[in-house]
Design a protein around this ligand. Structure first.
Ligand code: SAM
Ligand code: SF4
Length: 466
């Protein structure tokens, strides 16, 4: 284990930091928020200070600052994706998860390549362009990595009319450097992995058997992924296992560690909150349940502390809460999700094959329409990764707020593509009005560029991006 890693997650140091903060006073909080407005991110000591803010007026200022930072960096685009569960077979015993190996009531299902293609067709037919491939861990020690690699090839090869999946992100168990190289060779977008909890003792309590018991193998996964050349990695913690403040500080330390060692921080940070899972007592009563108010605060702090990083909100949360987090700077959301392998096509899908319960059951078109009504541009863009704007190149554009120049036109053109090919008449009408309104706010040069791209899509061109 490298010493840099030991240092950055020193549990004792994090606890000391948490205890050290003085009670926040308004002027200091405003000073920190003003610094955040310059998109410079925050020091851990400043974050600790914000964690203590309870005053409603100051919390409101924090929320406003978070939204401003998101708008500065990404504009009003909101990226949409769907998870694709290819297998719920698992060697591990994670106490909170429906897929844990001792859950004998769970019907195990590993999709064949033909079944994966059917699932992909169902998702493409809804309008998705970006998938997150998810699987239980049955390829520990390299056993089944070929299954994952083949599945990625199947996804990219599946077409429905004009539509196809253009970016596959992956959330699977940690791999060796060699295996990560194989994954990269399949042209994946982001490799995602959640540490679950950064608190080592708590980690041991909830990971009772299987390869996942090794806390450090998981913690070092992103270092191995980056060593293998995967530039875009996504980190996260499962909120509910331990004190959310501790997890937040640890996530920030993880981000800083990657930046220090590889010159590039995480492409995304996910903030899953523990949901009910069949056969899990821990999931029914999370030991450190996070209230809605604290959850919003954590999203807002994350947004301003690491402004260049995408924040992902899944359908674990209700539509109401998800909509609130959009105002605080969440930049990517899943939509129309199923967490059971075969769930998009199978009539038998349901609780006996699902990982956990979902809070948002809206179909994609409804999520899109709600986002439009809230003033967002739903984006199906996959341009950056296909133009090679990944890893450090992406960060160099994101940090000064330059990435917006690509996100805006690409968001508009891919949204127009969705409206032409998949939207209900009402969503199309409201969506096109939104596109028009958005273009009217632009200065002449970018406006001209966007108008040209949108009209190319309207006249039948597809996959228009810069
Ligand atoms: N099996 C791999 C792993 O554990 O890393 C990857 C896929 S796992 C299905 C994806 C994530 O689901 C886990 O990292 C965990 O954070 C999350 N998860 C598990 N049980 C959950 C629950 N009850 N509620 C919310 N999220 C859960
Ligand atoms: Fe398996 Fe992942 Fe669920 Fe753990 S969280 S039981 S490793 S699928």
């Amino acid at each position: 284990m490298s010493s840099a890693i030991v240092d950055f997650v020193s549990n004792a140091q994090t606890q000391t930091l948490l205890r050290s903060a003085a009670m926040p006073d308004g002027s200091r909080v405003r000073e920190i928020l003003a610094k955040a407005g310059e998109l410079r991110g925050l020091e851990l000591e400043e974050v600790v200070f914000l964690l203590r803010v309870e005053d409603m007026a100051l919390l409101h200022e924090l929320h406003v600052a978070a939204r401003r930072v998101k708008d500065e960096i990404y504009g009003s685009r909101l990226v949409l994706f769907a998870p694709l569960y290819i297998s719920n077979a698992c060697l591990n015993e994670c106490a909170y998860c429906g897929f844990r190996r001792e859950n004998l009531a769970l019907r195990r299902r590993t999709l064949t390549q033909a079944e994966i293609a059917e699932e992909v067709k169902a998702l493409v037919s809804q309008g998705h362009k970006r998938l997150l491939l998810v699987a239980g861990e049955e390829f520990g020690a390299g056993k089944n990595i070929h299954y994952v690699l083949e599945s990625i090839r199947t996804i990219y090869a599946t077409k429905v009319g004009n539509g196809e999946i253009r970016r596959v992100n992956v959330n699977i168990a940690p791999l060796s450097v060699d295996q990560f190289r194989q994954l990269k060779a399949e042209n994946i977008g982001t490799y995602q992995l959640f540490q679950e909890t950064y608190h080592e003792e708590t980690y041991r309590q909830h990971h009772l058997a299987g390869p996942k018991r090794d806390y450090h193998w998981r913690l070092e996964a992103m270092d191995r992924a980056m060593e293998a050349g995967i530039g875009d990695v996504g980190i996260g913690a499962l909120f509910g296992l331990y004190d959310w403040r501790f997890e937040l500080l640890s996530l920030l330390q993880h981000a800083r560690h990657l930046e220090d060692v590889f010159g590039v921080g995480p492409h995304t940070i996910s903030v899953p909150r523990m949901e009910l899972a069949a056969g899990s007592n821990v999931a029914s009563r999370p030991p450190f349940a996070v209230s809605d108010q604290d959850f919003l605060k954590l999203v807002a702090i994350l947004r301003i502390a690491v402004p260049y990083t995408g924040i992902i909100m899944s359908t674990r949360e209700s539509s109401e809460l998800r909509n609130q987090t959009l105002q605080l700077g969440v930049s990517q959301i899943s939509a129309g999700s199923r967490t059971d392998p075969g769930g998009y096509t199978s009539h038998q899908s349901g609780q006996d094959t699902s990982q956990f319960q979902l809070g948002d059951h809206r179909p994609l078109d409804e999520v899109v329409l709600d986002a439009v009504r809230m003033g967002f541009i739903p984006s199906f863009c996959t341009g950056c990764y296909r133009m090679g704007r990944t890893g450090r190149d992406f960060m160099d554009l994101a940090k000064p707020g330059e990435i917006k120049k690509h996100c805006e036109p690409n968001g508009l053109s891919t949204f127009q593509e969705y409206l032409c090919d998949y939207a209900t008449p009402q969503t199309r009408a409201e969506g096109e009005k939104r596109i028009q309104a958005m273009m009217e706010t632009m200065s002449p040069v970018p406006r001209q560029k966007c108008e040209k791209m949108v009209s190319r899509v309207k006249s039948g061109h597809r996959d228009v991006f810069v």
